[in-house]
Design a protein around this ligand. Sequence first.
Ligand code: FAD
Length: 402
Amino acid sequence: MKKVVVLGAGYAGLQTVHKLQKKVKGKAEIILVDKDDYHYETTELHEVASGTQPALKITYPIADIIDPAVTKFIQDEVVKLDATKKQVQLKQHGMLDYDYCVLALGFVSETFGIKGAKENALEMTNIKQSLAIYDHILASMKKYKETKDKRYLQLVVCGAGFTGIELAGALAEGRPEYAKVAGVAPSEVKITVVEAATRLLPMFSEKLADYGVKLVESLDVELLCGAKISEVAPGEVVYEKDDQTNSLKAETIIWTTGVSGSPVVGESNLQERRGRVVVTDNLTDPNFDDLYILGDVAAVMDKESGRPYPTTAQIATEMAVYAAKDLESQINGNGHLSTPFVYKSKGTVASVGNTHGFGVIGKLEIKGYPASMMKKMIMNKSLFEIGGFKEFIAKGRFDLYH
Ligand code: FAD
């Protein structure tokens, strides 16, 4: 019996287990490790952070997916791995040996060394953090009612990338609820996005990005572009714009300027940059043939552009499908697949609140309500593919028409 250890039950890890366990019964045992006993749809974290969706809607138990005849789940935190000794160190459960390992521990927030960002801004990289943001917003609104200090009504999103824009849209949707708690008119709750770049959303054409920006602004969100954050102090974002230092006072400051791969990658002494390893054509580590690196901890090179593909749930899921097939081939004694992993993006859609969005499907640019519908259908597909019919029915988004 071969032993396959899968680290992380996100898109990449859970899809690998889901596909592999059907193929290797009696030939391999799979051990899946995650610090939580549930899977969460990372692509919808902004909706939990804004309170526009409950956490339960975007999570489901890992136990629902695993086949206990093949797969054992361990709830624990991965500390590091030793790829030479083929061992994984867990915080509570000690060492785990493996024949094959799948490293799929996802991303963490990247602060680019900006002073005070780590200490004074709220991160949104998992369910617990997203729930903490929502609690923080409501607590701030209550504080406003007591103090009448306008800082409590100001929400600041740092970074207008894909995640920042989706979050700003969701916060605008949550604004009537926040205003009710504060006892003010919705227009008094201010949402500001601070961004260093002047050309936003470079993954889209200029025209489509412009549409996205105007859509967000039409929801009474202030977009401060060309504003380079130099420091986050308690209750204050300091930024440079037009050669001047400015400051924005806010009780709620949310950090979405970018992500890097899990710090476990660096702790494990793998050849990495910002927590990512440039993987081989078979999605393994360049130095360790039995170690697969999938999802946000991997850099898959786009041979046309010479740059890595952006890390997304879409590529993470496709990598997992390939890795499960490659692992099956290895377990059957046939070595790696002879065909390399090839990726072709199907497109990207950003949601702006529950009923609007914009993006690209294939070569087609879509906007407004059809884009929002498409986004929900993409989320439903992901739920169905990993969670199966049960999770699709329980957690799917069927509010497609507005
Ligand atoms: P994850 O899905 O993050 O899973 C990592 C898993 O590892 C988690 O279950 C975590 O609990 C576990 N874990 C982490 N560290 C440890 C540890 N030390 N020990 C044990 N367990 C650990 N992508 C798209 O394709 N389309 C979108 O529309 C889109 N929208 C997004 C919106 C938001 C708000 C965000 C934040 C991201 C979005 N993305 C989108 C990006 C996408 O979510 C990520 O690329 C994707 O989640 C990466 O999948 P993964 O499997 O590598 O990691």
